[in-house]
Design a protein around this ligand. Structure first.
Ligand code: ADP
Ligand code: PMV
Ligand code: MG
Length: 389
């Protein structure tokens, strides 16, 4: 049995970090994907293995299924029953990864490997199999590589699990996830994100699962934190990868430390960001038929992004490289803001409808001279998809 599953990365138009502390945020999927292909091997053979092939990194890892069972103990292996990774289990997973003596330059991958082992064994138990992972997303740079990895992996695992309703391989056109499957995949991916991020809001796994554009706010537990948005005009975004490495977990915890030092002030900042997200949600859904309306709408969007960037700087997650992008694009009256956790990583620049190609090229060339990498993305495509192999 074999399936292939892909899940998109994302941009955050407004509200990163503040969303962790309860404010609203706006995110959209982008046309860059992580793909996970899993094939299950027949059980009952000798030397059964769980293999992981991280193609982009040229890393091949494997664990004997008997060793996994011995170390992790019996597990329910039921995809429909969500479980969280306890600190004791994380300790055991880190022991299994430590044995592999990974090269020092790959140390940031460890949390992704813990998430892989946790999700695989929690959903499929100790079935022998091989997972092959490829990604078009730069890792650790704010485009949600961690969430798209967890969503694509959870999707492939759920598709192979006992309870999955559409294992009718003959009906290839029906080989897709239903709403209930999607909700389950997003929840499992959130458990994976918790291992990688520490304290995720859930926005990244949600947008990677459901795609398009969403407003997300962790409100009362009884209400759905996700509201799909119907964007009325296509948004063109230039992404600049500053190539400055950073780690979401430590940036999120640095913001929480600032909250402890300045609780009232940070609450006010989060409230301001919440208002920016609310306004932005109304704006993207507002009709704009005529050129003048489109440009008015774009001016408002630019202003909101600019204010959000100012507040992100205020909470301590900007970076010299991000400020360089902001200044460079501002020379052409273009607005930029960081996306994701900040501290380096990727920056969004809004490209207005009427901007000439010559200006866009000039800006890109200047950014590339700073050593940055620029690319355009399509905003608001599909979420997780499964394909039979
Ligand atoms: N394709 C992948 N394979 C294995 N682990 C991955 C993959 N993509 C992301 N990860 C894990 O997610 C981490 C990056 O997540 P994070 O710091 O949240 O940045 P971002 O989500 O913005 O890319 C990586 O260090 C790694 O542990
Ligand atoms: C900073 C945050 O708002 C987004 C993090 O995104 P990324 O992992 O940097 O792509 C954290 C979260 O919402 O879980
Ligand atoms: Mg992440």
């Amino acid at each position: 049995m074999e399936v292939r599953c892909r899940a998109p990365g994302k941009i955050i138009l407004a509200g990163e970090h503040a969303v962790v502390h309860g404010a609203a945020a706006i995110a959209a999927s982008i046309d860059l994907y992580t793909e996970v292909r899993i094939s299950l091997h027949p059980s009952g053979q000798e030397n059964e293995l769980l293999e992981l092939d991280l193609k982009d990194m040229g890393l091949n890892l494997s664990w004997p299924c008997s060793q996994l069972k011995e170390v992790l103990g019996d597990c329910s292996a039921d995809g429909s029953v969500l479980v969280s990774c306890t600190s004791e289990k994380l300790e055991l997973l880190s022991g299994l990864v430590a044995q592999k003596n990974m090269p020092q330059e790959n140390v940031q991958l460890n949390s992704g490997l813990y998430a892989f082992l946790f999700l695989y064994t929690s959903i499929l138990g100790y079935k022998p199999g091989k997972a092959v992972v490829t990604s078009e997303l730069p890792m650790g740079s704010g485009l949600g590589s961690s969430a798209s990895f967890c969503v694509a992996l959870s999707g492939a695992l759920i598709a192979l699990s006992e309870g999955f309703s559409l294992k009718t391989k003959e009906k290839k056109d029906q080989f897709s996830f239903r709403k209930n499957d999607l909700e389950l995949i997003s929840k499992w991916a959130f458990e994976g994100e918790k291992i990688i991020h520490g304290k995720p809001s859930g926005i990244d796994n949600t947008v990677s699962t459901f795609g398009n554009m969403i407003k997300f706010k962790k409100e009362l537990k009884t209400t759905n934190p996700m509201m799909p948005l119907n964007s009325t005009t296509p948004l063109k975004m230039l992404i600049t990868d500053t190539r400055v490495g950073r780690n979401t977990k430590s940036l999120v915890s640095s913001v929480s430390e600032r909250v402890l030092r300045h609780p009232d002030t940070m609450t006010s900042v989060f409230n301001a960001i919440n208002s920016i997200s609310d306004e932005l949600a109304l704006l993207v859904e507002s009709p704009a038929e005529y050129k003048v309306e489109v440009s008015e709408k774009e001016e408002k969007l630019k202003e909101l992004m600019q204010m959000n960037q100012g507040l992100l700087q205020c909470i301590g997650v900007s970076h010299e490289s991000i400020e360089t992008v902001v200044r460079t694009t501002m020379k052409e009256k273009l607005v930029s803001k960081l996306t994701g956790a900040g501290g380096g990583g990727c920056v969004l620049t809004f490209v207005p409808t009427l901007l000439s190609a010559a200006v866009t090229e000039k800006v890109i060339s200047e950014l590339e001279q700073c050593g940055f990498r620029c690319f355009m993305v399509e905003v608001g495509g599909p979420g997780v998809q499964v394909f039979p192999c």
